[in-house]
Design a protein around this ligand. Structure first.
Ligand SMILES: [Zn+2]
Length: 58
């Protein structure tokens, strides 16, 4: 059976979150310098939207 367009799309591990689907970003405060508070928060990776994979467009 020949592979068609309906085949499972190729994906590759998201480089931004290493396939975790979420990133840890440093919390910053202040309008100008963005002083780091030392806290970190997890956020959904905006590159892969939490899937940990991105389309491999060859
Ligand atoms: Zn990602």
């Amino acid at each position: 059976m020949a592979a068609r367009m309906t085949a499972k799309p190729k994906v590759t591990e998201c480089p931004d979150c290493d396939g975790n689907g979420e990133i840890t970003e440093t919390v910053r405060v202040g309008a100008r310098k963005g002083r780091a508070t030392g806290h970190q928060q997890s956020a959904v990776c905006l590159t892969c939207w939490g899937t940990g994979e991105i389309p491999a467009d060859d």
